[in-house]
Design a protein around this ligand. Structure first.
Ligand SMILES: Nc1ncnc2c1ncn2[C@@H]1O[C@H](COP(=O)(O)OP(=O)(O)OP(=O)(O)O)[C@@H](O)[C@H]1O
Ligand SMILES: [Mg+2]
Length: 317
């Protein structure tokens, strides 16, 4: 085993940024014409996209992949991803679970999973993930100095994501949960064009601004033929500490979007002080306050994702 410094790994990422990932952004154009024309255009677009896309290649030793995404920032993707991965490990201890923090500009996994060490590179020249709560984790935050700004453009981001996926000793893994940055940018394309993603989980708050971009995110997955597992509605209400009744914080709207997209709302998570504390202290709420209402909601979510995964094909390489 060779101990590499984070700076060396970081330099490797920089040096290789002009690698084979020479993708172009796909424009997600909207059409307002009648349904038939829209369908025709949709088919044409799908055909063109599938023709031009690089072949999806499974990750060695990784059986299924779940992407956690949202259109808008700060809605709780990372909170959902860390709780989902630890809850999956708790409800199915025999399964091996990984968590990739694909947010290279604002990594959250080091803080939320309480991992600060620098990873090592093994004899096969692969970076060993760091492990906490039984979950194998990798994040750009493990490889660069905490205070260094990441100033990268499209290809560099895609190259970094490719390395976090393919130059890490993930296998053997039953489930890899990928936490993504907000939006529908280079990171998402890099992941979904290159990997056989089993399903996507969309996180949103029930506000107009968040829901509208959720629709855009959902359409990206649909166009690239990635199954949408469902929507997680986060911070939608608060629970009265006296009577435990739920008080809505917004006017709703998630149900209408879910119906329009033909996807299910898998879980509504309350705004909770316990969640903030658990994120900041580095122990996901499903472990730190396992009997709490939000922990129950995340565990229930994990059970539903677990059943979805059981019904889906397994990637083998
Ligand atoms: N249900 C909740 N109740 C209270 N606080 C929450 C809840 N969900 C998330 N938070 C807090 O909101 C903040 C943002 O959450 P998180 O980092 O998970 O969002 P994100 O969507 O990953 O953000 P980004 O787009 O920046 O990656 C965190 O401080 C987290 O602790
Ligand atoms: Mg995040």
């Amino acid at each position: 085993m060779l101990a590499f410094t984070s700076a060396k790994i970081f330099m490797g990422f920089q040096r290789n940024h002009n690698g084979p990932n020479n993708y172009r952004s796909l424009s997600l154009t909207r059409f307002d014409s009648d349904k038939e024309r829209e369908r025709e255009m949709e088919n044409k677009r799908k055909e063109l996209m599938s023709r031009g896309l690089p072949k999806q290649k499974p990750l060695k030793g990784v059986k299924q992949i779940v992407v956690v995404a949202s259109g808008k920032g700060g809605v709780g993707k990372s909170t959902t991803a860390v709780n989902l991965s630890t809850a999956l490990k708790t409800i199915a201890p025999q399964k091996s679970v990984g968590l990739l923090d694909a947010d290279v500009f604002g990594p959250s996994v080091p803080l939320m999973m309480n991992l600060q060490e620098s990873p090592i590179v093994n004899d096969n020249n692969l970076i060993e993930p760091l492990v906490n709560y039984g979950v194998k984790c990798m994040s750009m935050g493990f490889l660069i100095e905490e205070k260094s700004p990441v100033i990268w453009r499209g290809l560099m981001v895609m190259s970094a994501i490719d390395k976090l996926l393919r130059q890490v000793a993930w296998g053997p893994l039953d489930y890899l949960v990928i936490d993504t940055p907000p939006g529908t940018g280079d990171t998402h394309l890099s992941i979904i064009q290159n990997l056989p993603v089993t399903g996507a989980l969309l996180v949103t708050t029930p506000q107009k601004a968040a829901l509208e971009v959720t629709r855009r995110g959902a359409n990206m997955f649909k166009r690239l033929n990635i199954p949408i597992i469902g929507i997680v509605e986060n911070m939608s209400n608060i629970v009265c500490p006296k009577c435990n009744s739920k008080i809505s914080l917004y006017n709703g709207g998630t149900e209408a979007i879910a119906k329009e997209l033909g996807v299910e709302i898998l879980q509504s998570i309350s705004l909770s002080e316990n969640i903030v504390e658990s994120c900041d202290s580095g122990k996901p709420i499903v472990l730190s306050a396992s009997k709490s209402i939000p922990a129950g909601a995340f565990t229930d979510l994990a059970e539903r994702v677990h059943s979805f995964l059981a019904s889906q094909p397994i990637n083998e390489e």
